[in-house]
Design a binder for this molecule. Structure first.
Ligand code: ATP
Length: 449
C-alpha cells in the first residue's frame, strides 16, 4: 500500500485533499493521471451497463437531497454505524471494526457501549439555517433512481425487466476513514437498479453477481483475489432480502469492492403513497407523503404491482485502488536494473500513447511527431501525449510506471526514409516499425475493448 500511495502522489494519480492546510481526513483529490484512470473505469462500466445492453437507461441526478426522501427510504432512522468512545484517550471507533474490546490507540479497555451514529452529511439549502432548510448530501446514488422511477418509465415506455444506471458522488461521515481511497467520506458510486417482476428476483440476483464478476475480470482484476461473501441475515442492510458482496484482496486486507443486493420492493414501496413495503420499522412503515405511485400496472392481474429491484453497487474509488493494485509490479530486467510497470488494461490506461521525437530540436522530426499526435488524438481512444524531453529511454521508463501501453518514437528514418515510427510495447518492451498510415488501424486493434 505504501508503494502504491507513493506512486499515486509522485506521478499525479491521487493527492490528499487540501494538504497545503493539513488536509481533510478521508477526502482525496484525483490528479492529472488519476482523473483519466477514473474516467476510463467509469466509461467501461457505462459501456457494459448501458450501451452494450438494451434494457438499461442512464440517469444523472442531484446530490443535494430533500430529507423526506431519506426519511422514507429508512436512512434517517437506520443508516448508522455503531460508535464507541475511549474513556481514557477520547478516540472514537467503529465498534464492529475493533479487533478486541480495547482502544487501538491507547490500549485502554474502558470503552463506552456502542451507540448508533448516523453517517449522513447535513447541510442547509438557502440562506436560513433552520430545520425547514435541512438537506442531505446523498449517502448513495440509489435513492434518486427510485424517486425518478416514474419519470424514466413514462419517458421511455419501458417494461420489466429494465434498469436505471447512475454514476456519481456519495457522501458518508465514516467514523474512521482509512486505507487511502478505500474508505473515504466523499466517494463515487456506480449503481444500477434493475427492476424485475417479483418472483424473478432471485434468478436475476444470481445473474447479476456473475455479470459483475465477469466485468471486474475484464478490468484486469484477477479472480483469485476476488471472493463472494453471502451476507448473513443479521448483517443485512435495512432494505435487503439478500446481499452478495464481491470481496477483493486489497493491500490492507480482504474487503468489499461491490455489493449486489436484492432490495425487493422496499424502496419503491416506501416512496409510494399508501404503500408500505417491508415491515421494517414503524417510521418507515408510515405511509409516504410523496405524490407518486411508483408501481407498474399488471395487465393480466389488472392490478398495480411494485417491482422488485436488484442492485449492483460498486465504488469507483475502491475500483481504482483494486485496478492499480493489480497492475502494479516491479520487475528485474536481464541487465539487473529494476523497472516499475503499471500493467493496466489498455482501455483503462490514463495515457493511451506517447509520441516522442528522437531529437527535440530537429524541426522536421518535431513537426512530424506533433502531426502524428494530432491525428491519433482525433481517433477518440483517449489521451495521446506529445512529449519532447529528448531522452527516449527515460521516456519509456516513465511511461511504464504510469501504464502507457505504447510509445511511438519519431526519428530520422521516419522523416527521411520510409514514414514509419518505432512502436514500443509496455509489457514486452518489444519494438517494431509501423507505417504512419497504418497507425489508426493499429490503435483501433489495441484499444477497442
Ligand atoms: P462497508 O461495509 O465497506 O462500509 P457498505 O456495505 O456500507 O461498505 P454499500 O452501502 O454496499 O457499502 O455501498 C456500495 C459500494 O460503495 C461499496 O461496495 C463500496 O465500493 C462503495 N463505498 C461505500 N462506502 C464507501 C466509502 N466510505 N468509501 C469508498 N467507497 C465506499
Amino acid at each position: 500500500m505504501e508503494e502504491l500511495v507513493a506512486l499515486c502522489k509522485r506521478r499525479g494519480f491521487v493527492f490528499q485533499a487540501g494538504d497545503i492546510y493539513g488536509g481533510l481526513q478521508g477526502v482525496y483529490d484525483y490528479g492529472p493521471l488519476g482523473v483519466e484512470l477514473k474516467n476510463n473505469l467509469k466509461a467501461a462500466w457505462w459501456r457494459a451497463m448501458v450501451y452494450e445492453r438494451d434494457d438499461v437507461e442512464g440517469l444523472d441526478a442531484a446530490i443535494l437531497t430533500n430529507p423526506k426522501v431519506l426519511h422514507y427510504s429508512g436512512h434517517e432512522d437506520t443508516f448508522s454505524d455503531p460508535l464507541v468512545d475511549c474513556l481514557a484517550c477520547h478516540a472514537r471507533w467503529r465498534a464492529d471494526h475493533l479487533a478486541d474490546d480495547r482502544c487501538p490507540k491507547c490500549g485502554s479497555p474502558k470503552l463506552t457501549p456502542p451507540r448508533p451514529f448516523n453517517l449522513m452529511f447535513k447541510t442547509h439549502a438557502g440562506p436560513v439555517e433552520d430545520a425547514a432548510a435541512l438537506a442531505y448530501l446523498r449517502p448513495e446514488t440509489a435513492q434518486s433512481i427510485f424517486t425518478n422511477f416514474k419519470h424514466v418509465l413514462d419517458s421511455t415506455s419501458r417494461r420489466l425487466p429494465f434498469g436505471i444506471a447512475q454514476i456519481g458522488k456519495a457522501f458518508r461521515n465514516e467514523i474512521t476513514p482509512r486505507n487511502f481511497i478505500f474508505r473515504v467520506r466523499e466517494f463515487e458510486q456506480m449503481e444500477l437498479e434493475f427492476f424485475v417482476a417479483p418472483g424473478e428476483d432471485e434468478a436475476w440476483h444470481e445473474e447479476w453477481v456473475q455479470a459483475r464478476l465477469d466485468w471486474w475480470a475484464r478490468q484486469g482484476v484477477e479472480s483469485n483475489r476476488l471472493a463472494l461473501y453471502r451476507v448473513p441475515a443479521e448483517e443485512l442492510a435495512h432494505y435487503s432480502k439478500g446481499t452478495v458482496d464481491i470481496m477483493y484482496r486489497f493491500p490492507h486486507g480482504t474487503e468489499e469492492l461491490e455489493g449486489i443486493a436484492n432490495r425487493t420492493d422496499f424502496d419503491l414501496g416506501s416512496h409510494t403513497k399508501g404503500q408500505s413495503a417491508l415491515d421494517i420499522d414503524a417510521a418507515v412503515k408510515s405511509n409516504s407523503d410523496s405524490n407518486a405511485r411508483l408501481a407498474m400496472f399488471d395487465q393480466e392481474a389488472k392490478a398495480w404491482r411494485v417491482p422488485y429491484v436488484i442492485e449492483p453497487s460498486a465504488g469507483v474509488d475502491r475500483g481504482v485502488l483494486a485496478v492499480l493494485n493489480e497492475a502494479y509490479r516491479v520487475e528485474t530486467l536481464d541487465t539487473g536494473a529494476e523497472r516499475t510497470v503499471l500493467g493496466l488494461k489498455p482501455h483503462l490506461a490514463p495515457i493511451k500513447a506517447a509520441v516522442l521525437p528522437l531529437k527535440r530540436n530537429h524541426p522536421g522530426i518535431v513537426a512530424k511527431a506533433r502531426d502524428i499526435k494530432r491525428n491519433l488524438q482525433a481517433l477518440g481512444f483517449g489521451r495521446v501525449l506529445f512529449e519532447d524531453t529528448g531522452n527516449i529511454g527515460k521516456g519509456y521508463r516513465r511511461h511504464d510506471e504510469v501504464g502507457t501501453p505504447i510509445c511511438l518514437t519519431v526519428d530520422f528514418q521516419t522523416v527521411e526514409e520510409d514514414d514509419t515510427v518505432t512502436v514500443r510495447d509496455r509489457d514486452t518492451m518489444a519494438q517494431s516499425r509501423v507505417a504512419v498510415g497504418d497507425l489508426p488501424a493499429y490503435m483501433a486493434d489495441y484499444f477497442t475493448p
